[in-house]
Ligand binder design. Structure first.
Ligand SMILES: *Cc1c(COP(=O)(O)O)cnc(C)c1O
Length: 399
């Protein structure tokens, strides 16, 4: 019997009531073109083998599935494995999607690449693939994010990209997406927009999921080799939701595998300063898709807060809203304080400095592992490395 949970989206990009194409009329034609071109590419063995080659030889796949045995021992419960996306070229999972989309852009004859970025990891991944293929690259980034992720701004510039500071509104990811969309509407003939998460209008949530499912496909193969069984729990942080859906998707039909997404709890849900869309978010439309959004009673987007720029966004990817409704994936959250503790814990226990985003997933495992038995297995997606966060953490900790 087919399991409907994985049979989404439909041809119009709907995951149940979520997703869709809520964009200005001028973008409908280019989005349809992108959908058609993507479907063709997906079926083309030459496209698939070039992408596979780049993922392996350029980006460093497959990434290890590492048994964190000191962490496991300290927590005293389930065995914890880390899927090491932090070891990829440019330091996070983002390169999986950037490589896929740059190949698509080239197929479509686009000479110019644009992107939005929050923590700067997607901007760096995009600037990297643009350099690799000799394409012009413009990255939009909130001015506040540019300040807290200065290292990544420098990296993008070194890679030849133009980084445009966005000073509207909260000066973070949402405003950067607005500017990128404005640019795309104006320059759509020459330009491909490499969106960085499983967000926005169809076909992006589908395409981005497909480009990241390599995380879960590898993890599934690796754990079967290593343990001769499937894991009990998968854990990943959820910003837009790309690393999470990449890990979860290949396991969705395995009903015995619990999937848990961890959102950014910021200063706490009661304090109202967070980015946990499933805690107090409501159904709405933002930047191309219908999904769970942090908005006020008039539909105005609320200010969000997270210690990690990569999770600091008011909307969640539409497929996650669907998987939550279906009861297939659970979502909880972790506060800034707990993420900071997890950041230090992993650094000192395993000698791995995680991205602050990934530290949210680590915090989830720290909480859950001791409640499970020693023959149970958790796989945590270590979505990125923490070099970019070191300066901010040093400031907070006063070290
Ligand atoms: C961007 C980013 C995230 C959040 O994005 P998702 O689309 O939710 O995966 C998480 N971890 C790292 C390291 C990132 O760079």
């Amino acid at each position: 019997m087919q399991n409907v949970v994985t049979q989404v989206p439909d041809a119009t990009g709907h995951f149940g009531p979520y997703g869709g194409m809520f964009v200005p009329e001028t973008l409908m034609a280019p989005l349809h073109e992108l959908t058609v071109e993507y479907e063709k590419a997906k079926a083309d063995p030459a496209f698939r083998s070039e992408l596979k080659f780049l993922l392996e030889e350029y980006a460093g796949r497959p990434t290890p599935l590492y048994l964190a045995d000191r962490m496991t021992e300290k927590l005293g419960g389930a065995k914890v494995y880390l899927k090491r996306e932090d070891l990829l070229h440019t330091g996070a999972h983002k390169i999986n999607n950037a490589l896929g989309q740059v190949l698509l852009a080239r197929r479509m004859g686009k000479k110019r690449i644009i992107a939005e970025t929050g923590a700067g990891q997607h901007g760096v991944a995009t600037a990297t693939v643009a350099a690799r293929f000799g394409l012009e690259c413009v990255v939009y980034m909130g001015a506040v994010d540019m300040e807290r992720q200065a290292l990544n701004v420098t990296r993008m510039r070194l890679l030849g990209a133009t980084v445009v500071a966005v000073t509207a509104g909260q000066q973070t990811l949402k405003e950067a997406v607005n500017e990128a969309m404005r640019d795309w509407v104006t320059n759509v003939r020459s330009t491909h927009y490499i969106l960085g998460s499983a967000l926005g209008s169809h076909p992006y949530p589908l395409m981005v999921r497909d480009f990241h499912r390599v995380i879960g496909d590898e993890a599934r193969r690796q754990i079967l080799e290593r343990e001769e069984r499937l894991p009990d729990v998968l854990m990943a942080c959820v910003g837009g939701g790309s690393n999470a859906i990449g890990l979860f998707y290949p396991f969705l039909e395995d009903k015995g595998v619990r999937c848990i997404g961890v959102e950014a709890g910021g200063y706490g849900i009661l304090a109202g300063k967070h980015a946990a869309r499933f805690q107090g978010g409501t159904l709405g439309v933002l930047q191309g898709a219908r999904t769970f959004i942090l908005q006020d009673g008039n539909g105005q987007i609320m200010n969000t807060h997270s210690i990690s720029a990569g999770l600091d966004y008011a909307a969640v990817g539409p497929e996650h809203a669907w998987l939550r409704d279906e009861g297939r994936v659970e979502y909880n959250y972790c506060t800034d304080d707990d993420a900071l503790k997890a950041f230090q814990f992993l650094s000192k226990t395993e000698g791995i400095i995680p991205a602050m985003e990934s530290a949210h997933a680590i915090a989830g495992a720290i909480e859950l592992a001791p409640t499970l038995k020693s023959d149970q297995i958790i796989i945590v997606c270590l979505s990125g490395r923490g070099d970019k966060d070191v300066q901010q953490v040093a400031q907070v900790l006063g070290i």
